[in-house]
Design a protein around this ligand. Structure first.
Ligand code: CA
Length: 223
């Protein structure tokens, strides 16, 4: 899952970014409204966390602009003030949820998960494909009941493949949703990670779940 974090308070932005990365989200950071709008329009984010008071365009303007462009990425708005007016204008502008600073990090994460679930129309926090299970709350993965140890990148990649079970996932889709903008599009890093993942998930099992489609991408098959 790839998230755009828009927050101009440096310390808070660093804490949120670190916390999100620890639970395996790919995070891009914008510290002003103009960069935020540009990034939001250029990349298919799974979620945007949007502070209201920003240098340049403010959060309300950005939110309204994206909705007018038919961009339906879930938006979680942040504001320093517990102001009902702010809350109303945020939601009216098309935000999906709203959080007042300071907030507790566990509550923040729960809201992030809820918005990402809503986007994927997946009610459960546990994804299951044949005998492969992934728990989005604990970040644990099991094959045939046996736990598999994954690195954060492998986890994010597997989660993305499982959400799109039965669908072809291209390298472009993976690069846009699994990696943040540090990603080098010309490297073969995706191939390398899919191979790591395939070894951990499929090795020793008769049924292979992760398949490569030459020149196209990858597919996690449930039948
Ligand atoms: Ca701010």
């Amino acid at each position: 899952m790839r998230i755009l974090l828009v927050e101009d308070e440096r310390k808070l932005a660093a804490v949120i970014k670190k916390g999100l990365k620890e639970v395996h989200y790919a995070v891009d950071l914008a510290d002003n409204g103009d960069d935020a709008l540009f990034l939001a329009q250029s990349n298919p984010y799974d979620l945007i966390i949007l502070d209201i008071m920003l240098p340049g365009k403010d959060g309300i303007f950005i939110c309204r602009h994206l909705r007018r462009d038919k961009n339906d990425t879930p938006i979680l708005m942040l504001t320093a003030r517990d102001d009902v007016e702010d809350k109303i204008s945020g939601l009216d502008a098309g935000a999906d949820d709203y959080l007042t600073k300071p907030f507790s990090f566990p509550e923040f994460l729960a809201r992030v998960r809820a918005l990402l679930r809503r986007k994927n129309t997946e009610k459960s926090t546990r994804l299951k494909v044949v005998d492969l299970e992934l728990d989005q709350l604990t970040h644990r993965v099991y094959r045939a009941g046996k736990e598999i140890e994954l690195t954060p990148t492998e986890y994010t990649l597997l989660e993305y493949l499982m959400i799109h079970v039965g669908q072809v996932v291209t390298r472009t889709m993976i690069s846009e949703h699994v990696w943040n903008d540090d990603f080098d599009a010309f490297s073969n890093v995706i191939n390398v990670y899919v191979n790591y993942l395939r070894k951990k998930v499929d090795r020793g099992h008769t049924r292979q779940l992760i398949h490569s489609l030459r020149g196209v991408g990858y597919i996690l098959k449930d039948k």
